[in-house]
Design a protein around this ligand. Structure first.
Ligand SMILES: Cc1ncc(COP(=O)(O)O)c(C=O)c1O
Length: 390
């Protein structure tokens, strides 16, 4: 059994970490180095789609590791072809580019907006729009389209981006009043880091219309919301719109690092050989994991069961905390608190429940999507006890 690292740590201190060290996982449960068991209702920030130690995922990874771990993108990678096809089939027609993380997927999307402006529109489309309170990652391009000053300011100067209030149709209309220079818009279908904010009905339809009318690309960031998390395969499907570009990561690999971009043919075809790439992007191991995850979540009944468990969780939380405080869709749920969630997160952990924070004093609950009805009841019971403590 691995013991937690002895202090002093040799690591950068860029995370506010707890001393708890998980050493094993099974289904929705985690065990720590002291032998304590926890119900995991955070899934490593919406990553462990199939929970821990899922037989199909474990088998896929070990079989692939034994056959071939890695080869370069100078050669055909059949697992990449298969996973690309599976993503297109689950989402919308286009082509897929693989990378290793969410922020890298958004970097590639950012570069596609530049190609759109430069190659397709003679350098005339340079403006990029994103939303206040949004989050798209920590590398310089993704950070440029992330609004939160806490993340941005230490790393200024960043590339220019215009931030509009999320969900505000009037602000959209105003920004697009003079729109010939807008290259594209980055948007989350639910703001996951910003407090689990669901946009009002009609916002996405209007955004889609405006982007289409003005030939601006709509980039939908499904990094947190994708792969059945919200009770549809992709969250934008609730809105009845189709993006030009969709970025993905987190839940796709079920715990193995992988990111991806899906873009329509018109956009993807702007990226010519040699223009972009990454050594590990779409390596056989990561793609084998992605194929196992997609294979499971596209089984008949899987997505419907996420939606049903989400409803059960939502009504249980409303009973615990009162109406008006519970937001989200499917198994991505936020509970509005009066203060920062750290105290409640700790109290829940003491009760054997892992939950996490989100922005704006919000508690975030995002369990593995395989969670059962009885386990949702257990989650609610543990959270109820933690709420009584704080
Ligand atoms: C919506 C969204 N976009 C991008 C990212 C960045 O992904 P990664 O941490 O894999 O770089 C995140 C991570 O939380 C996210 O929630």
């Amino acid at each position: 059994m691995t013991e937690p690292a002895a202090k002093p740590s040799a690591l950068f201190q860029n995370y506010g970490r707890s001393d708890v060290c998980f050493v094993r996982g099974e289904g929705v449960y985690l065990s720590d180095s002291q032998g304590r068991s926890y119900l995991d209702a955070f899934a490593g920030v919406a990553v462990s789609t199939l929970g821990h130690g899922h037989p199909r995922l474990t088998q896929a990874i070990s079989t692939q590791a034994a056959a071939l771990l890695h080869c370069s993108n100078y050669y055909t990678v059949s697992q990449q072809e298969d996973l690309g096809r599976a993503i297109v089939d689950a989402a919308f027609p286009g082509r897929v580019l693989f990378c290793n993380s969410g922020t890298e997927a958004n970097e590639a999307a950012y570069k596609l907006l530049r190609l759109w402006g430069n190659l397709q529109h003679g350098g005339k489309k340079t403006r990029i729009i994103a939303f206040q309170n949004g989050f798209h990652g920590r590398t310089m391009g993704s950070l440029s389209v992330t609004a939160n000053p806490k993340y941005r300011e230490p790393f200024a100067p960043l590339a220019a981006c215009e931030f509009l209030p999320y969900g505000d149709v009037a602000a959209l209309d105003a920004a697009f009043a003079n729109a010939s220079d807008i290259a594209g818009v980055f948007v989350e279908p639910i703001q996951g880091e910003g407090g689990v904010i669901v946009p009002p009905a009609g916002f996405f339809a209007r955004l889609r219309d405006l982007c289409s009318k003005h030939q601006a690309l709509l980039v939908v960031d499904e990094i947190q919301t994708g792969f059945a998390r919200t009770g549809r395969l992709f969250c934008h499907q609730h809105e009845g719109i189709t993006p030009d570009i969709m970025t993905m990561a987190k839940g796709l690999g079920g715990g193995v690092p992988i990111g991806a971009v899906l873009a329509t043919e018109a956009v993807a075809s702007l990226m010519k050989p040699g223009m972009h790439g990454t050594t590990f992007g779409g390596n056989p191991l990561a793609c084998a994991a992605g194929l196992a995850v997609i294979g499971e979540i596209t089984k008949p009944g899987f997505v419907a069961s996420v939606a049903a468990r989400g409803e059960q969780l939502r009504s249980g939380l409303i009973a615990l905390t009162g109406a008006g405080k519970v937001r989200g869709r499917g198994l991505l749920i936020g509970v509005q608190l009066a203060e920062e969630p750290a105290t409640l997160v700790k109290a829940a952990r003491d009760e054997g429940l892992i939950v996490g924070p989100s922005g704006n004093n919000t508690l975030r609950i995002a369990p593995p999507l395989i969670i059962s009805a009885a386990q949702i009841d257990e989650l609610l019971e543990k959270l109820g006890r933690a709420l009584k403590r704080v």
